[in-house]
Design a protein around this ligand. Structure first.
Ligand code: NCD
Ligand code: ZN
Ligand code: ZN
Length: 427
């Protein structure tokens, strides 16, 4: 055993005073007492699995003024995330083998943490799916238009699902029906207008198409950033191969709260009503929603600070997702078990990676947390290139140390890790 870690560790759904043994980056043993070549003892702190964020936009290549793979992955690490999955709406878009292998190469050089990549499916590359399957970690389909998006006409959904089927790789869906969005588009001056422009029925319509197209096909489908109560209603009777996720911004914000600088909350799908927010919050508690995903979609302050209607949609969030929810747990609003299931265990299962749980055979990815150390989020202390966060001043608990594959990446909230440490996963 190369290393052992002793403390109050979350194993088998509960905290136990015990030790984990680590060999070659994997958990090789869990026992009451263990002593390896190197022994870490974390008294009075909690040891939790690191988070997995299956939905980030690191903007690399092509939009590095907003973020790049090194800044994005560094921010993720400081927020206790050991593995991210990056979306294909970069420039060039990740829709062919060349773009995919180029992105793998650049991310391998730059990433502080492990990562996977999605291939985007558009009307023109449906026939390439069998080739893309060999290289990508999963697929992304945009049914409706959003920021720099790639689009697939829903008439092709069933064909696409069939082409992807019989792999363990999921297809993730941005579910807003494009025809419906076009029908409701108005000139927008604020968040309420953005909500009217992209009503819940467009999400419902898209989810309905997805459920129909997936019927009888053997594949994993994930509905991203669910935002409406009627969308969720449709998913209540879904088959087991369909999962869904929610973002922190859809759980924490609603249009009735008159936020200042509303354009900084402009996001797709839109922030909706308090009623929707309540239903989504309850559903993460009762397990109707499977996971939490950040949809980290940074834009610069200059890009956002224009007229509401022409501003890009998207909110950064990869560094704050775990800290915000750790505070909710401390505050008694969410049990530990639900948080660690929806941010660690289930995402790992969807992407089929050996992470997300502290158990023998899994990667030794964990964070050390001092539950007494609550702070207020300050954008200037975050690591995003865009230098802003909609969660400014929100209470949060950031990890003190972060380990990935047994290596100490962050110690006392200082980065020890190096660019290029991150490995490509999920193939
Ligand atoms: C995302 C972006 O900026 O890339 N924007 C957003 O509002 N969520 C795209 C997306 O995920 O829809
Ligand atoms: Zn989306
Ligand atoms: Zn997204």
């Amino acid at each position: 055993m190369d290393q052992t870690v002793e403390g109050k560790i979350y194993v088998n759904g509960d905290f136990q005073e015990c030790c984990i043994g680590i060999t070659d980056g994997k958990i090789s043993n869990i026992k009451k007492i263990l002593k390896g070549d190197k022994h870490y003892k974390f008294d009075h702190k909690l040891i939790l699995p690191a988070g997995i964020d299956i939905h980030v936009h690191f903007r690399d290549p092509g939009m590095k003024n907003k973020e790049d793979f090194s800044t994005g992955s560094m921010a993720a690490a400081f927020g206790g995330i050991s593995c991210v999955f990056d979306m294909p709406n970069t420039n060039p878009q990740t829709t062919n083998l060349q773009a995919l292998s180029d992105k793998i190469a650049l991310a391998k050089k730059k990433s502080f943490i492990d990562f996977g990549l999605y291939a985007g499916v558009i009307d023109d590359n449906i026939k390439q799916i069998s080739n893309l399957k060999k290289l990508c970690s999963g697929f992304k389909v945009y049914i409706g238009g959003t920021t720099n998006s790639l689009q697939l006409d829903p008439i092709y959904l069933n064909q696409v699902f069939k082409n992807i089927s019989s792999t363990n790789k999921p297809v993730l869906i941005h579910a807003e029906d494009d025809a419906c969005l076009n029908k409701h588009k108005i000139i927008e001056n604020n968040l309420a207008d953005h909500f009217s422009s992209r009503p819940s029925i467009c999400e419902e319509k898209a989810i309905r198409s997805v459920i129909e197209a997936a019927n009888g096909v053997d594949l994993k489908v994930h509905i991203c950033h669910l935002s409406s109560s009627i969308g969720l209603e449709l998913l209540k009777n879904r088959t087991k191969n369909i999962t869904c996720g929610v973002t922190p911004h859809h759980l924490f914000f609603n249009i009735e709260n008159s936020m200042r600088n509303q354009v900084f909350y402009k996001v797709n799908p839109p922030i909706r009503t308090n009623f929707d927010r309540d239903i989504l919050s309850n559903s993460i508690k009762n397990g109707l929603i499977d996971i939490i995903e950040s949809d980290h979609a940074p834009h610069t302050v200059e890009e956002k600070n224009v007229e509401f209607d022409s501003a890009p949609s998207g909110i950064p969030g990869v560094e704050t997702i775990f800290p915000l929810f750790l505070y909710l747990v401390k505050d008694g609003k969410l049990p530990f078990s639900r948080l660690l299931y929806s941010l660690c265990e289930k995402p790992a299962e969807i992407l089929n990676i050996p992470k997300g749980k502290l158990e023998v055979g899994k990667d030794a990815d964990f964070i050390v947390v001092d539950f007494k150390k609550v702070c207020k989020i300050k954008s200037e202390r975050l690591h995003y290139k865009c230098e802003w966060s909609p969660f400014e001043k929100w209470p949060a608990i950031f990890p003190i140390h972060v380990f990935i594959r047994g290596e100490k990446l962050i110690e006392d909230q200082e980065m020890l890790g190096k660019k290029g440490f991150g490995r490509f996963v999920g193939v």
